[in-house]
Design a protein around this ligand. Structure first.
Ligand code: HEM
Length: 126
């Protein structure tokens, strides 16, 4: 049927699965980001980000069913996130979003949100 929200308009779960999967393939190779992830297996972190983004954009609320309120600033407090980490995160995410070849205006809408969210999680300014 007719898409009811952003999540449906961009293709639902499969689209977020591809974007976040591609993002973590980049994180795995990134010398700034990889050491921040406490677990050897990036799979669980990949699932959490995928479920969060699905929920944020209007899909199922599985993230909060499993994790509660997102509280992203609090959940990122254990990690040093300065401009270098933010830029590395956005570099990986840019590759993932670009490869998805989303239509406009959805592509720009997604990217502007991700930049805003990454900036909101800065907790170190050196
Ligand atoms: C978790 C790093 C930005 C959403 C994490 C974790 C790290 C991390 C190390 C722990 C991995 C895990 O889940 O076990 C970073 C860095 C960022 C960044 C360096 C750079 C600015 C973002 C942004 C979002 C986001 C912009 C959302 C748009 C999440 C979510 C989790 C998470 C949903 C899992 C929270 C939970 O339920 O525990 N991040 N992150 N992160 N991040 Fe980020």
């Amino acid at each position: 049927g007719t898409p009811q929200n952003f999540y449906e308009a961009v293709g639902g779960e499969e689209t977020f699965r591809r974007i976040v999967g591609r993002f973590y393939a980049e994180v795995a190779k990134d010398e700034v980001l990889r050491p921040l992830y406490p677990e050897e297996d990036l799979g669980p972190a990949e699932e959490r980000l995928r479920l969060f983004l699905i929920q944020y954009w209007g899909g199922p609320h599985t993230y909060s069913d499993q994790r509660g309120h997102p509280r992203l600033r609090m959940r990122h407090a254990p990690f040093t996130i300065g401009p270098i980490e933010r830029d590395a995160w956005l570099r990986c995410m840019r590759i993932a979003v670009d490869e998805e070849r989303l239509p406009e205006p959805e592509r720009t809408q997604l990217w502007e949100y991700l930049e805003m969210a990454a900036n909101s999680l800065l907790n170190t300014w050196v």
